[in-house]
Design a protein around this ligand. Sequence first.
Ligand SMILES: O=C(O)CCC(=O)C(=O)O
Ligand SMILES: [Fe+2]
Length: 477
Amino acid sequence: MPGTWTSADHLEILRKSLKDAVPYTCGMHPVSKEQLGLYFSTDGGDGARYIDFASLKDDAPLEALAAACDKATFGSDSGDVFDETYRKAGKLDTDKFSTRIDIVSSGLLDAVAQDLLVEFPKIFAAKVGGKVDEQAEPNPEVAHPLTPERVLRAEMYKLNVYGPGSFFKAHKDTPRGEDMVGSLVIILPTLHKGGALVLEHGEGRWTFDSSNRLDQHRESYPETPAVAYIAFFSDVVHIVEPVVSGFRVTLTYNLFLSPSTSSSSIHRITPAAELACETSLRALLSDPTWFKEGGHIAFGLSHQYPIPRDSGDRHVMLKPEVLKGADARLKNAALRAGLAPRLRLIYRVDEYEEIHEGWPQRLVVLDDVADMSYFDADEGFSSVEIEEQGEILKNLNGDGTDAVRPATPGDRYEYRRAPKALPIGVYWATPPTWMNQAKSSYTANYGNDYSEDCVYGDAALFIAIPPATDASRCIME
Ligand SMILES: O=C(O)CCC(=O)C(=O)O
Ligand SMILES: [Fe+2]
């Protein structure tokens, strides 16, 4: 019964919205028979061959394709590496093959975009926690309140051949630019067993058994050529299980956000998960005992976001329009409730120093990307510099009161050392996420290819809560 819900229950709804979201979309997509033709170069570019995937009689053409491939490498922090205990597959770069699949005209990219992209809300609450008002001006504290709608742009990346015994262990896809959001894998209709794609994100684990899907489709709709596909946010850890028999042939694409040239639909349907978050935020705001004194709540986001490896002199901020899936829905819910969600980067400093028991690790929050050497796994960054650029955080309880903390001489020294940065109080509704949360050094530091430009950064959504007595906070009676 909603009437008896406590603030803890509402916070749990918000938490779950980030934790339980599905970070991918997949299925079968029909394509015309002609689109299943593929040319690839042979003999070091002197020759070419053609495969018609719609009328394969045996594996001989696929064996030839596999033979034309180079061995696939993958990216580490310092460059591409070849390690067949981690990745065993063949690859062709885009200058070595030509596919007739058109993901735009076949509608595949649209299908993916509909599931992966979250539209922006166009209405805001007039007051914090107040009624939504179509005429209301967005809260001026939000950096980019009315962002242009975006579309997905796909760049073909590689063709891969996974023959018997081929696999790719846990990795994230390398961020190739600040606007890269996802990866699309098309699995061509060959007869093979194994090679399922497993996704792992937070506490979730999902399996897309494409060979099974292709078999089922072949049986049910023998006259309708189709490919299997899966698109996922590229910071999601994924694994290609070993291929048992046959050849698994894939086309991979990087998915980027591009500004849309047309204005989006006026009648946006609010996703259910977003409405649930909005309701809980409103319930919290209307409770005069919750965050009585005001403060900040913060959500460690469920995804990581590409930031430049080295921002140099540039001020690089994360833009709210890059938010993915559940993170975007939470931001939208806050906007609809009249709040000003702010996307900020989280840095953990002093991480190699001893931490006082019961005292949270020292977190610093920044609007701009800080010194990127921090992300280079080994030391080589200055915590003092980062502290000077940002704000130090201290923990609050879920009701906004100060968390009890040990006041050891060590703590006092730490805070005297940085008097400028009086800690701002924040309640972590979901804990900040870290690049080292991944399960192995490979998943933390390795992608499917090396990139000079970008690394994954950890971000949080900060929401300022006005004091209950403040006129700007709408306490409903
Ligand atoms: O083939 C697949 O399903 C995924 C391959 C992959 O993860 C990659 O190339 O990065
Ligand atoms: Fe990958």
